[in-house]
Design a protein around this ligand. Sequence first.
Ligand SMILES: N[C@@H](CCC(=O)N[C@@H](CS)C(=O)NCC(=O)O)C(=O)O
Length: 215
Amino acid sequence: MITVYSYRWVPDFAQGLVRDLRVRWALEEVGRDYDQWRIGLGEEQNTPAYRACQPYGQVPVYAEGDLVLFESGAIVLHIGETCEVLLPSEPKARARATCWLFSALNTIEPGIQELAAIDLFHAEEAWTRERRPQVEDWVRRRLGELAAWLGDKEYLEGAFTAGDLMMATVLRNLRQTDIVTTDPTLGPYLERCEARPAFQRALADQMASFDAQPS
Ligand SMILES: N[C@@H](CCC(=O)N[C@@H](CS)C(=O)NCC(=O)O)C(=O)O
């Protein structure tokens, strides 16, 4: 049986965004059952046993028998190996899907994370008055390029792949803004990804997993 490690509680702004969502979604797409193991923020992240699974004390962790994986991108690729929907078996199509997964994580996510960190953790601080417009410009430029690629395609390579799964979870990290929702290409694209039944089940399961209070 597969076990996915997640948090018992996170603040409201993070609920629905924690990266175990990517793993839950991938498992739903491939139709694999899993158990969840919830850890507390703080001490439990720092135990030697947990650090042996995740060197940085973060979630998600994926465990299946004696295979333990960390890094959501690596986990989604591993899950995708068994399923045509996430990673097509045709070698070039598979390589393109992998390419988009890295593009989401390495090219798009850093700027979006910086903007989210400014908005959620540093909103009233003086330095953000200078820095935020620069970061927002960067994000808008990259998203414009992404939208130009997408054009009128349903998904990044035509059919849904692990690349779309990862890109959608990254775009969701702008939900404190209207940058994605007002974009005529990316807004409907994200809606399409989120309308997938596998995503809906994964999101519902993550949301149901949180305790009402920190513990
Ligand atoms: N690159 C890692 C990032 C994991 C990550 O940032 N996890 C967050 C939750 S979404 C976390 O555990 N943060 C708490 C911490 O860093 O202590 C991945 O994609 O799995």
